[in-house]
Design a protein around this ligand. Sequence first.
Ligand code: AMP
Ligand code: GLY
Length: 424
Amino acid sequence: MKILVVGGGGREHAIIRKLKENKTVTEIYALPGNGGIANDATCVPIGAKDIDKIVDFAVQNAIDFAVVAPDDPLVLGAVDRLNEVGIPCFGPTAKAAAIEGSKVFSKNLMKTYHIPTASYETFTDPKDALTYLADCAYPTVLKADGLALGKGVVIAQNKQEAEEAVHSIMEDKIFGDSGNALVIEEFLTGPEVSVLAFTDGKTVKPMVSSMDHKRIGDNDTGPNTGGMGTIAPNPYYTPDVAERCMKEIFLPTIEAMNKEGRTFRGCLYFGLMLTPNGPKVIEYNCRFGDPETQVVLPLLKSDLLSIMQATANGTLADTPVEFKDGAACCVVMASSGYPLKYETGFPITAPETLPADNEIYYAGAKLDGERLLTAGGRVLGAVAVDDNLPNAVKKAYALTETIHFANAVKRSDIGRRALEKGVN
Ligand code: AMP
Ligand code: GLY
């Protein structure tokens, strides 16, 4: 089997490593991949948003199965285009990817189908948004409608901050056309849980739950990032909560998408908040999360390629999706200054071989001859798996001590909140 993976971050590295466990896989191409992924796949310098070139490459190289991992190509219709030329894919069509691509769409979907979420209003005229802000409750949450590199959410503590967000998103268009429409929603409180779920549009098989750490600084301080670390499973996600989420959120969402004629196949990511009034959806993503994937896939016992194929051909009900007991932790090592301004091009040194319970997944890395250099904000994720969370956290941090590059930063408290809660 010749596999193509679209994308080039830590998430894609984790996916590729897992796909390689399947003995029928003979070749994996990563478009564009990165310098660290180059150890595990053939990297081809085609950008993840360059759909025409991706399709041409897939046809010319007789690709048997394609995995489209990032949000942009999914929303742009990469799966539709690959399917048109007869290549089966893991990932939703553009119509289904709207569940992430448009917050207005996803909020309206939840309202129509009674899926619990924060109450909200949508706006296309900044004047109306400003009028609404005059007497709404604070804090309040403002969200650009479209994709915004994970940065389109502003939690405004007061009217002035909210008004500034309306000006910058809707008038100055800091997120481009993503700010043509705006959602303003109720501020919710409670522990956050990420649940990634495989689905073929009929059956939903959730993966082990996880917890992201989105802020750059310890104790959740400083600006939001793509994610500075993760742990799995999330101890707040008890079997009772899981049962409730399946009944009130997961199955109703799949059903709602079917009723809308937007059947979702692939990985649906539920960003949940466990509020005092029950679990509510904070966001949907139409793809694997990053860095959630880096802790979820190492715990997967079943064959990833078979599951991905089953989501595409509608046989997920008959395909095992099983996870190991135990826990995983991913500590992201980033370039100092991220998520704002940072320098790159520093050599990375890491152990040549790792024990079976350690993984390094590269994100912002490029090859310069034989040398691996930093090339992005988030450089890599150091991952460890163990029988329990305390040991997984300890081992992931021990692994970071063996990896070196200039100006490296990391959070020192990944997993702390989960450990305080205690392990189920
Ligand atoms: P997102 O970019 O949609 O993942 O949102 C970023 C973060 O903003 C989430 O992980 C939450 O911590 C926070 N957030 C989003 N919506 C709400 C809300 N309605 N109430 C409280 N926090 C929120
Ligand atoms: N870690 C959150 C995301 O992938 O959007």
